[in-house]
Design a protein around this ligand. Structure first.
Ligand SMILES: Cc1cc2nc3c(=O)[nH]c(=O)nc-3n(C[C@H](O)[C@H](O)[C@H](O)COP(=O)(O)OP(=O)(O)OC[C@H]3O[C@@H](n4cnc5c(N)ncnc54)[C@H](O)[C@@H]3O)c2cc1C
Length: 369
C-alpha cells in the first residue's frame, strides 16, 4: 500500500503501541500515537524478555540499544518449596539461533521503545470514541474534544482496551483467579539465575536484572488484591526455602495486580485492529506478553506494507498471528494447572520430566513469527 498517504492512529504507547509505531515507520508509514497517561507514567518494575522478544526487537532494529540494559539470563532453575532442585531449563540451548533472554527495568525498555517510535507520541490524549465512516475510514474523538479521520486505527490500549469495546470486538477481560505480585529489590542476596520456588498454588520467581537489583514476581490463587501487598507476600512465602527468605528480608515495596485474560472471536472490525494485550492478554506465567506484542507489531506492519487494501492486510495479520497467541494462551493454562497440582504429585513428576515439560511450553515460539 502506498505508505505515506495512509492515515494511521495507534492508540496506546505501551510496548504494543510503540512497537507498532516503530514497525509501521520502518515500513514507510507515518503513524500518529496517542496515550491517555502522562509520559512519566512507567511502572518501576522489571520485565523478563524470552528469546523471541529479542528476535522481534532485532527486526525492529532496537536490540542494540536494549542490549546494555539489565542482565542476560541463561538458565531457569525450578525448586521445590524447601528450596531443593526439581529441574532446570538451559535457555541458551532452548533459544539457540533465536535470541538471548534478558531481565531489565521496564523503564529502560520503554525509553528505547519511545525513541524508536520517533518521539511523535501525544501523551495525555485519550481516545473517547471510535466510529466507522462509510465502512472505509474511522472517525476518532479525543478527550480534549478534537476529532480526526483515519484509514487505520491500531488499538494497542492494553487488557482493559476501550477500543475493543468501542469497535464491538469484545467486552471486559476475564479474571483467571490469580493474584500477581511484583517487586524490584536492591541489596538482596546474590542471585545469578532465573529461579522459581514452587509451593502449593503459589510460586515465587526471582532473577537478576543488572545494577545489583533483583526482579521478583510471585503469584497465588485468588480473585482480590490484598490491601497490604507487602505484608501478604511476607506472610504467603514465609515458609519457602531457597533464596526466598533472603529476598523477602530485602523487599521494600510490592505492586499487586489481579490477573485477567482476553480471548475474542476477531481482532478487527473495518479498519480498526487490536494488537498486544488488547487482543490476547494472558496471565504472565510464560512472560510472553511483551514478545507477543512485539511480534504482532512486526507482522502487522509487514501485512500492511504487502497488502493492496487495509481489509486484506488485517485479515492476513490475524491469520498469521492467531496460532502463536493461541499457543501462548493454552500453554499458560497448562503451566498454571501444573502449579495447582498438589506438590506431593507434581514435584516427583518435575524431577523426572520438568526440564522437558517447561522447555516444551516454548516449542512453537522458537520458530519464526
Ligand atoms: C504482573 C505482570 C507481570 C508481567 N511480566 C511480564 C514479563 O516479565 N515479561 C513479559 O513479556 N510480559 C509481562 N507482562 C505482560 C506485559 O507487561 C504486557 O503483555 C505488555 O506490556 C504489552 O502491553 P500492551 O502495550 O499491549 O498494553 P499496556 O502496557 O497496558 O499499554 C496500553 C497503553 O494504552 C494506554 N491507553 C489505554 N486506553 C487508552 C485510550 N482510550 N486512549 C489513549 N491511550 C489509552 C494506556 O495508558 C497504556 O499506556 C506482565 C504483566 C503483568 C500484569
Amino acid at each position: 500500500m502506498p505508505g505515506s498517504s495512509l492515515r494511521i492512529l495507534v492508540v496506546g504507547a505501551g510496548i504494543a503501541g510503540l512497537a507498532a509505531a516503530r514497525a509501521l515507520r520502518l515500513a514507510g508509514f507515518r503513524p500518529e500515537v496517542v496515550d491517555k497517561l502522562p509520559a512519566s507514567t512507567v511502572a518501576g518494575a522489571g520485565i523478563y524478555l524470552p528469546g523471541n522478544a529479542t528476535r522481534a526487537l532485532r527486526v525492529l532494529d532496537l536490540d542494540a540499544p536494549v542490549r546494555p540494559c539489565g542482565e542476560v539470563v541463561t538458565r531457569q532453575r525450578f525448586l521445590d518449596v524447601r528450596g531443593r532442585e526439581l529441574c532446570e531449563v538451559d535457555l541458551v540451548k532452548l533459544w539457540d539461533g533465536v535470541g538471548e533472554c534478558r531481565a531489565l527495568p521496564r523503564a529502560d525498555l520503554h525509553r528505547v521503545m519511545l525513541s524508536g517510535a520517533g518521539g511523535a507520541v501525544r501523551h495525555e490524549t485519550e481516545v473517547t470514541r471510535v466510529e466507522a465512516v462509510a465502512g472505509e475510514t474511522v472517525k476518532v474523538e479525543f478527550g480534549d474534544g478534537s476529532s480526526a479521520e483515519y484509514d487505520l486505527v491500531v488499538g494497542a490500549d492494553g487488557r482493559r482496551s476501550s477500543v475493543r469495546v468501542m469497535a464491538a470486538l469484545g467486552s471486559a477481560a476475564v479474571p483467571v483467579g490469580q493474584v500477581m505480585y511484583r517487586s524490584v529489590v536492591t541489596g538482596g542476596p546474590k542471585i545469578s539465575e532465573w529461579t522459581a520456588v514452587l509451593g502449593k498454588r503459589a510460586a515465587f520467581v526471582v532473577m537478576p536484572m543488572g545494577g545489583g537489583r533483583l526482579f521478583c514476581y510471585a503469584d497465588e490463587a485468588g480473585t482480590a488484591a490484598p490491601s497490604d501487598p507487602l505484608a501478604r507476600v511476607r506472610e504467603l512465602f514465609e515458609g519457602f526455602g531457597g533464596p526466598v527468605p533472603a529476598v523477602l528480608d530485602a523487599v521494600e515495596k510490592v505492586q499487586v495486580a489481579v490477573t485477567d485474560e482476553v480471548e475474542i472471536g476477531r481482532w478487527s472490525q473495518g479498519p480498526v485492529v487490536l494488537v498486544g494485550d488488547a487482543a490476547h492478554a494472558t496471565a504472565p506465567t510464560l512472560a510472553q506478553g511483551a514478545a507477543m506484542a512485539l511480534e504482532d507489531a512486526v507482522v502487522l506492519a509487514d501485512s500492511v506494507r504487502r497488502a493492496a487494501t487495509v481489509a486484506e492486510a488485517l485479515g492476513e495479520y490475524e491469520r498469521r498471528r492467531r496460532p502463536r497467541t493461541r499457543w501462548v494462551l493454552e500453554r499458560t493454562h497448562d503451566r498454571d494447572r501444573l502449579r495447582d497440582v498438589a506438590p506431593a504429585l507434581r514435584d516427583p513428576l518435575l524431577r523426572r520430566r520438568g526440564s522437558t515439560i517447561f522447555a516444551d511450553h516454548y516449542k512453537e515460539l522458537v520458530g519464526p513469527h
